[in-house]
Design a protein around this ligand. Structure first.
Ligand code: C5P
Length: 213
């Protein structure tokens, strides 16, 4: 088992917000794994170059980019499209495992689509965060700083990504019984966080990593 909180779920489910809150509460190190795919997609980094990158270098590239552009609807679909390529997934999965090794003494929180199924199946705690598609699209639209898009576009875009992420052959978004599923539809962030916090505490206390919480 590894001292990792693995958080998976569809876009707009609130998993990023909850992952950050969990990391800050327990003093774990957080990795938004979607940003790795978004950076590779945005910079059109060829596979041979991605293979040469360390996770630190890729995160350095990410930090130089405008978050708004990385998270734009166009780049979201682009990221989801390159994330279907097995060779890209292999390399990015390796980088995520390097990150976990790097911070093994502190504990890590990773959020994405295949963290608990592929990247770190032996994570100490696995959470699957979800919510209704309409509510997720509403949240994403409200979050967008740059409003030169419409709610309908955000909704459609999210639906495309949901389908791509769930139906791809490799590492599709799925929830099995090793996860605690949390449906955040109609819940406040505080309510969802309380459930997550208790789940993390319980999982760590019942493992060899009780001292981490
Ligand atoms: O999490 P986020 O929405 O930023 O991720 C962008 C895209 O990257 C997702 O739609 C998904 O296709 C891909 N992704 C993935 N595996 C992850 C994280 C993200 O396939 N662990």
């Amino acid at each position: 088992m590894r001292p990792v909180v693995a958080i998976d779920g569809p876009a707009g489910s609130g998993k990023g917000t909850l992952a950050r809150m969990i990391a800050s509460h327990f003093d774990f190190v957080y990795l938004d794994t979607g940003l790795l795919y978004r950076t590779v997609a945005f910079l059109n980094i060829p596979l041979a170059e991605v293979r040469k990158l360390s996770v630190e270098k890729l995160l350095e590239e990410t930090s130089k980019l405008d978050d708004k552009l990385l998270r734009s609807p166009e780049n979201s679909v682009k990221a989801s499209t390159i994330a279907k390529m097995p060779e890209i997934r292999d390399v990015v999965t390796g980088l995520q495992r390097d990150f976990i090794d790097l911070f093994n003494e502190k504990g890590t929180v990773l959020d994405g689509r295949d963290i608990g199924t592929v990247v770190v199946p032996d994570a100490c705690c696995k959470l699957f965060i979800t919510a209704d598609l309409k509510e997720r699209a509403k949240r994403r639209f409200a979050d967008l700083k740059d409003k030169n898009t419409t709610f309908d576009e955000v909704f459609r875009n999210m639906k495309i990504r949901d389908n791509q992420d769930k139906s791809r052959k490799i590492a599709p978004l799925t929830c099995d019984k090793t996860y605690l599923m949390i449906d955040t539809t109609g819940q406040s962030v505080e309510e969802s966080f309380k459930i997550c916090r208790e789940a993390v505490r319980k999982a760590f206390i019942n493992s060899e990593y009780g001292s981490f919480v």
